[in-house]
Design a protein around this ligand. Structure first.
Ligand code: NAP
Ligand code: 3JM
Length: 343
């Protein structure tokens, strides 16, 4: 079955945000068949317009009545907004592809990365919600899935270098203004982030939990297990916000059950969907956030034997967090849903 030629009635919740705006662009770029497009945000930006296929579409205030006649909702207006409005959207008959952490770990909600576990979408009728994982989890599992299939990953140690776009539009503005303030000798006043983000690194994303990890770090632990359908995988993450606008980078160290050479891992990754290997260190070629920004792949480089494990591999994984980490992954889910489930 292909995508319905007459199109789908789509709504974007949080359309004026960093993620929502990119969703609209990705729908257009990929030629997703949109029969009608509803752009929803808070009262603050109701009445503003966003361009879609050359026409200005007016942003409407999100209410319980926003979903009449809508088939697919792409949601990225924050976890509490999804908690509040996803049930109304489901009751109106829509399927919600939710980019927030609100429902990801609920057992009757599929958590999907199309290159990794597209079959999980089959469970969508239970709640009519499909969750999109956290950006840092998505890029990591796209790269690790083929290695897991080949050698079974037992343990993952990951440190992230996450860009400010992951914290929304105002967070990016804060990096910009603090950079200018610091360079001009003005006082730097943190607002969105707890400390200055310009010329700094903050080992603090989302809130701290009793076990000493942050919620962002525990998303990587729990979501990875759910997506790879292996609750025994051990994951330890340190998630760090860095003064980068677009693109998350990750230093990833894995221990596998069976030995896997760096050359074999490279071959598997070269053939993996959604992955591009950039790994010629002698030529100074490895992935960077600036190169990844605005593009779709998950880039992997610095693939090498990890000296600290018996069967260990180390690598560097980079992707545009707003595209594959959020908007692109959500639109790819919509494509699978439309193609395989919505007649
Ligand atoms: P953002 O740039 O701050 O945008 C937030 C969006 O939500 C805006 O469109 C805003 O509309 C809307 N909104 C906020 N409160 C609302 C309300 N009460 N009712 C209706 N709309 C409301 O943030 P972002 O970076 O795009 O992220 C948005 C959410 O997406 C995050 O909170 C997170 O849950 C999720 N996210 C997921 C990933 C992922 O990894 N999958 C990555 C980043 C973000 P106004 O213009 O009216 O304020
Ligand atoms: C990425 O409403 C909120 O607190 C959203 C915070 C947030 C999330 C989240 O928890 O949904 C900001 C940025 C995410 C995410 O993808 O998990």
């Amino acid at each position: 079955m292909g995508l319905r030629a007459s199109g789908y009635r789509v709504a974007v919740m949080g359309a004026t945000g960093a993620v929502g705006n990119e969703m609209v662009r990705v729908l257009e770029e990929r030629g997703f068949p949109v029969a009608s497009l509803k752009l929803l945000a808070s009262i603050r930006s109701a009445g503003s317009t966003i361009e879609f296929r050359g026409a200005d579409v007016r942003v409407e205030e999100l209410t319980d009545r926003s979903f009449d006649g809508v088939e697919i909702v792409l949601a990225s207006a924050g976890a509490s907004v999804s908690q509040r409005f996803a049930p109304a959207a489901a009751a109106a008959g829509a399927v919600i592809i939710d980019n927030t952490s609100a429902f990801r770990m609920e057992p009757d909600v599929p958590l999907v990365v199309p290159e990794v576990n597209p079959h999980a979408i089959a469970d969508y009728p239970k709640r009519r919600i499909i969750a999109n994982p956290n950006c840092s989890t998505i890029q990591m599992v796209v790269a690790l899935k083929p290695l897991h299939d080949a050698a079974r990953i037992k343990r993952i140690i990951v440190d992230t270098y996450q860009s400010t776009s992951g914290a929304g539009k105002r967070a990016m503005e804060e990096l910009e203004s603090q950079t200018a303030d610091r360079l001009n000798g003005r006082e730097v006043l943190p607002k969105i982030f707890p400390h200055p983000i310009a010329f700094n690194c903050l080992p603090h994303i989302d809130s701290f939990l009793d076990n000493g990890y942050t919620k962002e770090e525990m998303k990587m632990v729990n979501e990875t297990r759910k997506i790879l359908e292996d609750p025994s995988i051990l994951v330890s993450a340190t998630t760090v916000r860095v003064p980068v606008f677009y693109g998350h980078s990750e230093a990833v160290h894995i221990e596998t059950e069976r030995p896997l050479s760096p050359a074999d891992a490279r071959k598997l990754l070269e053939n993996a969907p959604g992955v591009e290997v950039v790994d010629e260190p002698a030529e100074k070629r490895y992935p960077t956030a600036i190169d990844a920004a605005g593009t779709d792949p998950v880039y992997v480089g610095r693939i090498r034997q990890d000296l600290a494990f018996e069967n260990g591999l180390a690598m560097w994984i980079v992707s545009d967090n707003i595209r594959k980490g959020a908007a692109l992954n959500a639109v790819q889910i919509a494509e699978c849903l439309g193609r395989d489930y919505l007649s």
